[in-house]
Design a protein around this ligand. Structure first.
Ligand SMILES: NC(=O)c1ccc[n+]([C@@H]2O[C@H](COP(=O)([O-])OP(=O)(O)OC[C@H]3O[C@@H](n4cnc5c(N)ncnc54)[C@H](OP(=O)(O)O)[C@@H]3O)[C@@H](O)[C@H]2O)c1
Length: 342
């Protein structure tokens, strides 16, 4: 069956706006959900896309706009735990679990034939024997490294149950840490690139994390819509990189010198914990939480073998990803420019 009409949630997000662009380039008709129409207009203005104003907190009020679409690509999520203080569980659970399940119920009612859901490889377990993890290595929600991961793991279980009960065709995409242009929020990766360009990073520490270009994840989602059977899940993860390697690429493509100081992990944990406490007292945001540090130092590797084989995707060199990301931030978010930050 050929699907050609898409509804994309999170149209203003790093993944969402790249997905909308890729879909329109492939000739799909696209409706995109956005909380802020002005932000969406700035990010998506050059594209032929119908904007739908709405909030995941109130899915019922805009769900009728799903009518007429074949595929729902769900990329919207609550995903700011790293930077903000306080207990985020209420919002994480509402957006990533309760309202997502409600959205999928309503999608079925409004005639959506297939849902491409975005989870994360944070729900995958690290194999103790050092082998690369795959889709069979699912974590239980209480085993995840932070509350965001927990909300995604609980959401995935709830979606699986819903899909089984109501015969909804859901394919789950599990991206690694995404980088790329169009990161208006910015997400953690965009903030890292900005901090690098602004020479705000004092050094690096022993680390290793799977990374991927958001545009390659978007391609995988379209591939999943076109070919994957409901019920399947796919890890989309291109390379395993340390911070030192990421900084080397950033230096290479930006001309900005990389920090050279290497900090031992115990010291980094101590100072991150302290920064978190201070930020919390001052009601400020922090660039790195202890939870995120655990993810960056876990050294977990996840395999995209299944996605590469079944979704006919490929991964661009990471130098291209960082180059495009640096260029995008220099034009859109750095000091002196008209920012997209809203
Ligand atoms: N970035 C990564 O490294 C990564 C890795 C693995 C999985 N993921 C998953 O990939 C998906 C896309 O993430 P991303 O990187 O594109 O993040 P992002 O840039 O922060 O985008 C999130 C999107 O969700 C929207 N959103 C958040 N809360 C909403 C609400 N209450 N109602 C409506 N829209 C809402 C945001 O809208 P606003 O623009 O209005 O804020 C934005 O469009 C998420 O499901 C995330 O969990 C991300």
């Amino acid at each position: 069956m050929e699907w050609m009409r898409a509804f994309v949630t999170g149209g203003t997000g790093l993944l969402g706006n790249n997905l909308v662009r890729a879909l329109t380039e492939k000739g799909w008709q696209v409706k995109a959900l956005a909380r802020s129409l002005s932000k969406a207009d700035r990010l998506l203005r050059s594209l032929d896309v119908e904007l739908v104003e709405g909030d995941m907190m109130d899915v019922d009020s805009w769900a009728n706009r799903l009518s007429g679409c074949d595929v729902l690509f769900h990329t919207a999520a609550y995903f700011r735990e790293t930077f903000r203080n306080g207990d985020h569980w209420t919002n994480l659970e509402k957006v990533n679990v309760i309202r997502t399940v409600r959205l999928f119920e309503l999608a079925k009612l409004h005639g959506i034939g297939k849902i491409i859901h975005t989870s994360t490889n944070a729900t995958i377990r690290k194999r103790e024997d050092g082998r690369i993890s795959d889709e069979s290595d699912l974590l239980n929600p209480h085993e995840t490294l932070n509350l965001y991961g927990k909300s995604k793991a609980i959401g995935d279980l709830a979606i699986e149950a819903l899909a089984r009960k109501h015969r909804i065709s859901v394919v789950t995409i599990m991206p690694a840490w995404m980088f790329g242009p169009g990161d208006a929020a910015p997400t953690g990766s965009g903030q890292l690139v900005l901090n690098f360009l602004n020479r705000k990073l004092p050094g690096y520490f022993p680390s290793g994390i799977d990374v991927v270009d958001a545009r390659d994840v978007a391609s995988a989602m379209i591939g999943a819509a076109e070919t994957a059977p409901g019920g399947e899940r796919y890890i989309v993860s291109a390379y395993h990189k340390s911070l030192e390697e990421l900084f080397r690429i950033m230096e290479q493509v930006s001309g900005v010198k990389s920090p050279t100081r290497k900090y031992p992990l115990p010291m980094v944990y101590m100072s991150t914990w302290l920064n978190e406490r201070i930020a919390s007292l001052r009601q400020k945001e922090t660039d790195l939480s202890v939870g995120e540090l655990r993810v960056m130092t876990e050294m977990k590797r996840t395999s995209s073998a299944k996605a590469l084989k079944e979704l006919q995707i490929s991964f661009r060199p990471f130098e291209d990803t960082i180059r495009d990301s640096v260029e995008w931030h220099r034009i859109h978010t750095m000091a002196g420019n008209e920012g997209l930050n809203v």
